[in-house]
Design a protein around this ligand. Structure first.
Ligand code: ZN
Length: 166
């Protein structure tokens, strides 16, 4: 081991982990969501700890989010689910590089992905899903997502709510 130089200041050691860093980016993204009930953010990072893309749940580009419903309804024309693009899908679609870069990348998402996003993530080659909340755990949609990930060899793990530094 190299002897420490008394003239060289020690580096900071109490830094946040990469997991926490990328999840904080996802949390920042979700703060942009106009959805009154569920705000979701996603951040995709590659194996070199570079951020590839970020997204949150919202209406498609060029659609005024003042002119579309933000509630659930039995009428599909009045139901927000008909119009909103999910955070993970937006993170993939916002990327302007080659989708090859997504192979083996990790998506940090504030809510466990729905089954539609699970399929998108498989198709672009995401290797791992790191999530915070799992409020739909045990629902059919949730079970389908898990099955998709399990069948396609995508790892997923939950991390604790962030408490490091505020
Ligand atoms: Zn989704």
């Amino acid at each position: 081991m190299r002897e420490s130089d008394p003239n060289m200041p020690e580096k900071r050691r109490d830094v946040i982990s990469w997991d926490e860093f990328f999840m904080r980016v996802a949390i920042a993204a979700q703060l942009r969501s106009k959805d009154p009930n569920t705000q979701v953010g996603a951040c995709i990072a590659d194996g070199d700890h570079r951020i590839l893309s970020v997204g949150y749940n919202g209406t498609p580009h060029a659609i005024s989010d003042d002119e579309f419903p933000w509630g659930a309804s039995d009428d599909p024309l009045q139901d927000k689910h008909s119009y909103v693009v999910h955070a993970e899908a937006n993170a993939v679609l916002n990327y302007r590089g080659s989708l090859r870069d997504m192979r083996g990348a990790t998506v940090y998402v504030t809510l466990f992905p729905c089954h539609e996003c699970a399929k998108f993530l498989v198709q672009v080659g995401i290797g791992e899903v790191v999530y915070l909340d799992d409020k739909y755990r045990g629902t059919t949609d949730n079970l389908i997502s898990q099955r998709v990930f399990d069948s396609c060899g995508i790892r997923y793990r939950q991390i604790e709510p962030l408490t490091h530094v505020q």
